[in-house]
Design a binder for this molecule. Structure first.
Ligand code: SF4
Length: 491
């Protein structure tokens, strides 16, 4: 008879062995302690349950029935979950039972994710100085034909009163249009997300962006640390640009509060260059590096830009290049814009009129968060801006990995809470993979260098030297030009 031990069958370089070596999983017991009763028949151990879920995310096993089969058959998975060859693998219904019972309404998965981030911080893999943020669409587990109109129950009198109020508030031009023959009732419907909901997943919303096919979706938002591209916060929102952008400010504040981070800057794409978000970053004391949003076509722009007009703080008005005031005018249809108008009399006789406006008088529209927009514009000329823009694109790799290898392309279950869990566990699995990789000593990460041949020889010598000293080189080199290349080295 041959005796076989499970311990001897799992190779030393297998991912589960490395995870066990470099990650401390004792936090699972600590975080789930309060959720389990000490009386009655013992439940499936939380260590087994969470480790099995983690295996599912690491290997993109989206079905819980299949996950149980895989753990039953795979010796390495058994070993990682602490199950012997004789132990029975928990039934697949245990997962949904716990999800809808014990874990429902708790922040367990967020806490588990933060524990891994804390371990990365303790190991010095998260620096918290330079951050990036971005979002990706997660297709909801619901079809478009599940959409149905939102029915709001209302008393007859209240409904008539509401209609009266709406018609009073309607702009005059619109009222005139509605009386004309060309009036189209369908235009009054408003955006689809305000009038319709999915019957099967009411938390999902129709994503209508980028000219892509309309579909029900969620948005997964990541906040990452540039040093090692580790994810430090996750949020799931509706697939609206406003919600995505505002969630980045939330994530930033949360990471400052939770981990005591003191970031210097954050990089994002041009969608985040809106006043409200930039004001949030500015108030948090973090430099925001965002590309300029798409500009209005040149032909529609006046010849003198907004920068030629000085703001008079005492009188809340603008002063034009000729020294005349532009008074503030309220426009209720555009609450986030402040309009300043010049006097027709001044503009008519002005020698600069042909350089300033083609109309009868000049109008300048400023955003209510104009201060933040100007602040972000000033940051676009710095060299840090260029670095940040290169670094922020690395989030796409994380999204690619999450979607291609871990099943984040489509929501596994329905409801915001369930998608939040999926996103947090995916990010946790990605972080664990990265921490394991970065914790292997004497590891030199490959860098694509775009340098001339004479520089390459110098660099080659440096790389050998760093390798001998067990140092890592961060992939920042390609963003510097050939004459000013610098090495970002961490011990
Ligand atoms: S055109 Fe009007 S707003 Fe422009 S510089 Fe002349 S007076 Fe000022």
């Amino acid at each position: 008879m041959t005796l076989v031990s499970l311990e001897s069958l799992v190779p030393s370089d297998h991912i589960v062995r490395l995870m066990e070596k470099h990650i401390d999983f004792s936090f699972i017991d600590k975080r789930t302690q309060g959720l389990y009763s000490t009386k009655g028949r013992p439940s499936v151990a939380p260590q087994v349950l969470i480790r099995m879920i983690l295996i599912g995310y690491l290997h993109g096993i989206t079905s819980e029935r299949r996950l149980c089969q895989e753990v039953h058959l795979n010796l390495a998975y058994r070993w990682f979950c602490g199950l012997s060859l004789e132990d029975k693998v928990p039934h697949h219904s245990t997962f949904s039972k716990n999800r809808h019972g014990r874990f429902a309404g708790t922040a367990l998965f967020r806490e588990l994710f933060y524990e891994i981030v804390q371990q990365a911080l303790d190991k010095g893999l998260v620096r918290g100085k330079h951050l990036s943020t971005d979002a990706t669409l997660i297709e909801a587990d619901a079809a478009m034909h599940s959409l149905e109109p939102i029915v709001v129950y209302c008393e007859k009198e209240a409904y008539w009163q509401q209609l009266d109020e709406e018609s009073c508030n309607e702009p005059e031009e619109q009222q005139a249009d509605s009386n004309s023959d060309s009036y189209d009732a369908s235009e009054k419907k408003g955006p689809i997300n305000q009038t319709q909901r999915s019957r099967t997943d009411p938390d999902s919303r129709v994503a209508t962006r980028w000219g892509a096919k309309h579909r029900l979706a969620y948005s997964g938002n990541y906040l990452t640390d540039n040093a090692n591209n580790l994810i430090i916060d996750v949020e799931v929102t509706s697939p609206s640009l406003t919600d995505e952008c505002l969630s980045s400010v939330e994530m930033l504040k949360r990471s400052q509060f939770r981990f005591g981070l003191n970031p210097e800057d954050i990089g994002a794409d041009s969608a985040y260059a809106c006043g409200e978000v930039l004001t949030g970053f500015m108030k948090a004391g973090v430099d925001a590096y965002t590309p300029r949003p798409q500009e209005v076509p040149r032909s529609k722009m006046p010849q003198y830009g907004k920068d030629r007009f000085k703001y008079d703080e005492n009188n809340d008005q603008l002063i034009c290049p000729q020294g005349h005031p532009l008074r503030k005018v309220e426009d209720k249809s555009k609450p986030r814009l402040v309009k300043y108008v010049a006097s027709e009399k001044h503009c008519r006789d002005c020698p600069l009129k042909e350089h300033c406006t083609q109309g009868r008088r000049r109008t300048v529209q400023l955003h209510v968060d104009q201060k933040a927009l100007d602040w972000a514009e000033g940051l676009r000329n710095s060299s840090e801006y260029k670095i940040s823009q290169v670094m922020r694109r690395r989030i796409e790799r994380l999204f690619g990995e999450a979607k291609e290898q871990m099943g984040l392309r489509r929501a596994r279950r329905r409801g915001l809470e369930q998608v939040q869990e999926q996103c947090l566990m995916t990010a946790m699995a990605q972080n664990i993979k990265r921490i394991v990789k970065l914790s292997i000593p004497n590891d030199l990460f490959a860098v694509k260098l775009r340098l001339s041949s004479n520089k390459s020889s110098v660099l080659k010598a440096l790389l050998i030297d760093f390798r001998q000293r067990g140092m890592r080189i961060l992939p920042r080199l390609s963003i510097f030009n050939q004459s000013t290349f610098r090495l970002a080295v961490c011990a």
